[in-house]
Design a protein. Sequence first.
Lengths: 190, 186
Amino acid sequence: MKKKTNTNLLWQLFTSMFLLSSCTFGGGFVIVSLMKKKFVDEKHWLEEEEMLDITAITQSSPGPLPVNASVIIGYRMAGIPGSLAAVFGTILPPMIIISLISLCYEQFRTNTLVALALQVTRAGVAAVIIDVTLNLASNIIAMKNYFYVALMIVCFLAAVVFDFSAILMILSCLMIGIMTAFISSRKECA
Amino acid sequence: MPVILQLFFSFMQVGMFSVGGGYAAIPLIQDQIVNILQLMSIEEFSDLIAIAEMTPGPISINSSTFVGMQLGGVPGVLVCTLGCIIPSFVICLSLAHFYYKYRSFSGIQTVLASLRPAVVALIASAGLSILTLGVFRDGVTTVANIQYVELSLFAVCLFLLRKYKVNPILIILGSSVVGTLLYLFL
């Protein structure tokens, strides 16, 4: 019985990632938004904060973000076999699609219909990310901790106005986090 | 050393040193494939980047698949993508292990709490840049460049997501089909 549920879980990990990966145009944060919807809101496998922590870890590790996130989520749900199932689901769709396209890439690259479909899909992808952002941001605001709200606004401005890189931003916030942890532990001792 | 083994180690280096998303990987792949191994010309490489951007999936997986297919068929694909993901696998498994072991400690909680606003901000800025590219012609933000089909498509999608919690996969596929049809018949 245990074995059966485990196989079922691995299959769910694989199929979820296969589906998400097939639809992820335009960078790692698109798939993070989709993963948040799938694993936090729909399947209730992860807590929202956990998903954000995982994103921070994947963003600061080398390698493709969706692969990194699949490794961690797979590990969380079913250990190393879970990681393998999730990663396999993530890399299979691009492998199949690119293998097929590489046979006739000149026609694909210059096809106007493909270019058009790609351009309009951005509107839908943007809507998905903005929807997830609104949920995440409102939860940070609902914590009623002005420090974190301010940190979020500063980071957003740094990314949009000053083109601050993601890895630098996470490292800076890591420093800030270590300092706050240090200060609050000093307060507790005093 | 056989080409296929060279490719494996090349893509392993790409996987190991590309920190911070797809666009960090492009110069690394270029260095390995065009400059060091000379398996592709720079023109072929720019085609590859164009295609990688037009198809779903991480850019380094896309390019390792493309290079592998061009140079060694299906076995080439397997070797290149495996090389690319092995470093991620090892590093992220170790990080995941430590995260789940120590995350309940209060000190670690405080540290993680300051990372979360940064992640939300990063997701927000990614959303904003895709929105800009989608709604404004060539991503140039002036009133004259607003593309009204995309703008209305975005508004409808966001409304469906917020109000009716429509499945995001449906939204992405739907926007692609409806948008293309609108352009063809308007």
